[in-house]
Ligand binder design. Structure first.
Ligand code: NAD
Ligand code: DAU
Length: 339
């Protein structure tokens, strides 16, 4: 089959492309990415050598360009990763989030309808469910938890999910949605918690923990997420939502301390800074449905995944040094300069 993977020059999309090229050698992968600040062609350098892979630079909101790719490639499936993905940036400037995450989803699904009712998978997030209280560890997000968003980012992802549901019901487009918890692993853009803390610690720079550091996220190694999406794409029930998560809840502050330990750095680098506006307290996924229906379970223990991730950042300095020497400097100053 030919699969269009949007956002494949970003963190999870690139890991998914490498997963596909390894696990499904007969499939053709066409990556569509506009290369925003978060997209990086060097990430796909190895994929470029594979004859079953093609990269197309295009914006998912550009209907003409997207229809052209469909005409050329006649895809059997689309996996839509392309998005503005960083909550802090969405608080600063929501508009591009609405454009890419909602209108881009619309264009991709219109193309799927126009070119033969192509199978469509939407990569969504647990953030569409809002947050959970710290004092109710019994509560988890299930697929029937009401949508209840906090940030412009999560509101845009939830809007896209609603649109995907509407295309299924109204037009019969063969869709699925997956909602995953926080990922970590190779090629994670340095603005996000784990890579930011690794890179700052390596430079003996302050480690900026928002608020009290008590917020909880449910961390999953990126390859486990890729395996889950692959299963949903090939074996999932059409029209269904699947939650993906590894029962691995961690407080932010504990993660930062683990990173200090892994790098042999002092915890005195930890600096508490003012909180994110509307900061979600706790995310926790119940992945029972994907386990029962598709047999998926995460394969990577957090301690192993974090160790592999730290090693990856130590061994791939050029990748992130190039990123943090560019526009990222301005971003960092804006976000953390006066915090
Ligand atoms: P990322 O920011 O690392 O990568 C996003 C990619 O999309 C980049 O390559 C960027 O160039 C591309 N892109 C952005 N706007 C585009 C546009 N208009 N047209 C074409 N390409 C565009 O994001 P990520 O962390 O890899 O997240 C991928 C997807 O997974 C997103 O949809 C996100 O909502 C979802 N998700 C992420 C996580 C996480 O922990 N990172 C967890 C659950 C779900
Ligand atoms: O849950 C899935 C979501 O996870 C995805 O949908 C998003 O695309 C992805 O970015 C991620 O969102 P978070 O906001 O949870 O991730 P982030 O890495 O930005 O922050 C993780 C936690 O760490 C959060 O509670 C905020 C905190 N934090 C983050 C940064 C960047 C800090 O304390 N300091 C920081 O400098």
């Amino acid at each position: 089959m030919t699969i269009i993977v949007t956002g494949g020059a970003g963190f999870i999309g690139s890991n998914f492309i490498y997963y596909q090229l390894r696990e499904h050698k007969d499939d053709r992968i066409v990556c569509v990415d506009s290369l925003t600040y978060a997209g990086n062609l060097s990430t796909l350098a190895q994929a470029m050598k594979n004859p079953g892979f093609r990269f197309v630079r295009a914006d998912i909101t550009d209907r003409e360009a997207i229809y052209r790719v469909f005409e050329e490639e006649k895809p059997d499936a689309v996996v839509n990763f392309a998005a503005e993905s960083h909550v802090d940036r969405s608080i600063e400037s929501p508009e591009v989030f609405l454009r890419t995450n909602i209108l881009g989803t619309e264009v991709m699904m219109d193309a799927c309808r126009k070119y033969g009712n192509v199978r469509y998978h939407q990569v969504s997030t647990d953030e569409v469910y809002g947050d959970l209280p710290l004092d109710r560890p019994d509560l988890l997000f299930t697929e029937t938890t009401p949508i209840h968003t906090s940030s412009p980012y999560s509101a845009s992802k939830a809007s896209a999910d609603l649109l995907v549901g509407a295309y299924y019901r109204t037009y019969g487009l063969p869709v699925t949605i997956s909602r995953c918890s926080n990922n970590y692993g190779p090629y994670h853009f340095p603005e996000k918690l784990i890579p930011l803390m690794i890179i700052n610690a390596l430079h003996d720079k302050p480690l900026p923990v928002y608020g009290t550091g008590e917020n909880v996220r449910d961390w999953l190694y990126v390859e486990d997420h890729c395996a889950a999406i692959d299963l949903v794409l090939r074996k999932g029930r059409i029209g269904e939502v699947y939650n993906i998560g590894g029962h691995n809840e961690m407080k932010n502050i504990d993660i930062v301390k683990l990173i200090c330990k892994a790098l042999g750095k002092s915890e005195s680098l930890i600096t508490y800074v003012s909180d994110r506006k509307g900061h979600d307290m706790r995310y926790a996924i119940d992945p029972t449905k994907i386990h029962n229906e598709l047999g998926w379970l995460p394969a990577t223990k957090f301690s192993d995944g974090l160790q592999k991730t730290v090693e990856w950042y130590l061994e791939n300095r050029e990748w992130w040094e190039t990123i943090i020497s560019g526009e990222y400097k301005n971003y960092y100053e804006r976000m953390y300069g006066n915090r």
